[in-house]
Design a protein around this ligand. Structure first.
Ligand SMILES: [Zn+2]
Length: 248
């Protein structure tokens, strides 16, 4: 053990000198954005246990609104280190955190999927928030996933017009708020969907809590384009307190 630790320390030291990188989570020297020790500690939904489509997994689908979309894929649970990475992307301008999340999502969740969507649609943030944050975290994620999976991103497909945030609202208020919060921006979308025979799209967001927002956006899409199959892709799911998922 002693020998292993010395060896590990020496390796870390070498990596630090060679790359000057450290792990985003434990701050130990690492050639990768998140070191493999930290990565091994994280919980990811894997396809064999939970299925490719999490709507068929009661532990998730019981708690998210999903009547207007067809499939849900999420990387992990919004706790601990995964939550930390999402927050780094959202609040600390860490594009590296976004890139690693997108990378994991691609390799662990969708690389083996047979039918991939043809367009990625990031959930818009409120214009004033975009002005202060300078970027939409969902667009950052969609861009990175799109590059890996070779899928184009339509950034301006919807606009957020209602109240800025949902997280301070209770479940029923969230539902009412979401209904008036978005409007489809059909300009770009109409042309693309009509001209390139698009049949499948994925709405991309960072966190899914009640699913009300994405469900509402999916409803608007289905109303205008009934032929579409709609997926929802998110980096993290917030399980209700006492969920068995929290013991994973
Ligand atoms: Zn680490």
């Amino acid at each position: 053990m002693q020998h292993h630790n010395t060896w590990r320390k020496r390796l870390q030291h070498l990596l630090q000198r060679a790359f000057n990188f450290s792990c985003l989570l434990c701050y130990q020297p690492s050639a990768t954005t998140v070191c493999h020790w930290c990565e091994n500690d994280l919980f990811f939904f894997d396809n064999t246990t939970y299925g490719e489509n999490l709507l068929s997994c009661g532990l998730v689908s019981r708690h998210v609104k999903h009547c207007h979309y067809d499939a849900l894929s999420v990387l992990g649970i919004y706790t601990g280190s995964l939550a930390h990475l999402v927050q780094k992307l959202k609040f600390s301008h860490s594009l590296a955190a976004g890139r690693i999340l997108a990378n994991w999502f691609y390799t662990k969740r969708i690389q083996s999927t047979k039918q991939l969507p043809q367009i990625l649609l990031p959930v818009p943030i409120h214009p004033t928030r975009l002005f202060s944050r300078h970027y939409n975290q969902a667009t950052v994620l969609a861009d990175d996933i799109g590059t890996l999976a070779n899928i184009s991103v339509e950034q301006y497909w919807a606009i957020r017009i209602g109240r800025k945030t949902q997280h301070h609202l209770n479940r029923s208020d969230r539902a009412t708020n979401a209904k008036s919060a978005f409007s489809l921006s059909t300009r770009g979308l109409d042309k693309r969907i009509a001209s390139s025979n698009i049949t499948c799209v994925a709405i991309v967001d960072d966190i899914i809590t009640t699913g009300v927002t994405v469900n509402h956006l999916a409803q608007k899409l289905k109303k205008r384009y009934p032929q579409l199959t709609i997926y929802v892709w998110a980096m993290a799911f917030t399980p209700p307190p006492k969920s068995a998922l929290l013991n994973e």
